[in-house]
Design a protein around this ligand. Structure first.
Ligand code: NAP
Length: 236
């Protein structure tokens, strides 16, 4: 059976392009979105992509996705936690609306966390299991300043979770990494200097990639972000 990969928040932006890249490499890609018709529409353009509804904030939706993957494939090789919200450029930590922070945490931290817990039995059924958490330099403690508090704090927490998962799963040879794609012109980050999701990223050169289990040259991370490197820095 081919490599089975699941990407969250894949109906647009980086997640959709990751699906396209993995499908081009022969993976069976579960292109998931919180809206079933959005998943269907995005998957229709990508040969080999299988649409699946998955809202990362909804435990029932996660359980249903796990049942579906178990039924159809009996394993999961690659889990890409890509979905995220709340790039809150309008906020500062000293006056942040904590409702926005809590809402961000549901999608950016607790969603990926529950997905890992629930998909672990299917990842254990894979010969080369891998978890990739799509993070951001905004969550790097090494370079953190003020601003975007909901986003930055939840991505920092995702980085911490990544390191803990990597440590706890290393003995089972389940590799866990976080990656930062750099600035990409998606719906939430339309910037003049940014790349489109289709353009291969140039490594930003800063320690935003929290590498907790260094990938081999042929790893799934390299396939997801071919132009990126994994930072060996552990000082985050
Ligand atoms: P995007 O264009 O805003 O897409 C976000 C995706 O997440 C959408 O498909 C959205 O679905 C989905 N999503 C939101 N809440 C969800 C939920 N509860 N369940 C399932 N899916 C949900 O973002 P992007 O720029 O592609 O970013 C993708 C990842 O890269 C994120 O983790 C982000 O933090 C990271 N990143 C991006 C940049 C950048 O410059 N773009 C830089 C650094 C890191 P809907 O269409 O339903 O809203």
């Amino acid at each position: 059976m081919s490599t089975v990969s699941l990407v969250t928040g894949a109906n647009r932006g980086i997640g959709r392009e990751v699906c396209s890249s993995l499908a081009a490499r022969g993976h069976t890609v579960l292109l998931t979105a919180r809206d079933a018709s959005a998943a269907q529409a995005a998957a229709s353009d990508i040969p080999g992509a299988v649409p699946l509804r998955l809202d990362v904030t909804d435990p029932e939706s996660i359980a249903a996705a796990v049942r579906e993957v178990a039924h159809r494939f009996g394993k999961l090789d690659v889990l890409v936690n890509n979905a995220a919200i709340s790039y809150d450029t309008w906020q500062r930590a000293i006056s942040a609306d904590l409702g926005v922070v809590r809402e961000a945490a549901e999608t950016n931290l607790y969603g990926p966390w529950l997905l890992v817990e629930e998909f672990l039995p299917l990842l254990r059924a894979s010969e080369h299991p891998r978890i990739v958490n799509v993070s951001s330099e905004a969550g790097s403690l090494a370079s953190m300043g003020g601003g975007t508090p909901a986003y930055a704090v939840t991505k920092a927490a995702l980085n911490a979770l990544t390191r803990m998962l990597a440590a706890e799963l290393r003995g089972e040879r389940i590799l866990v990494n976080a990656v930062c794609p750099g600035w990409v012109a998606t719906d939430w980050a339309a910037r003049a200097a940014a790349r489109s999701p289709r353009e291969r990223p140039a490594w930003c050169g800063r320690p935003c990639c929290q590498t907790t289990a260094r990938p081999a040259a042929s790893s799934a991370t390299a396939a997801l972000f071919p132009g990126s490197q994994s930072c060996p820095c552990t000082a985050h």
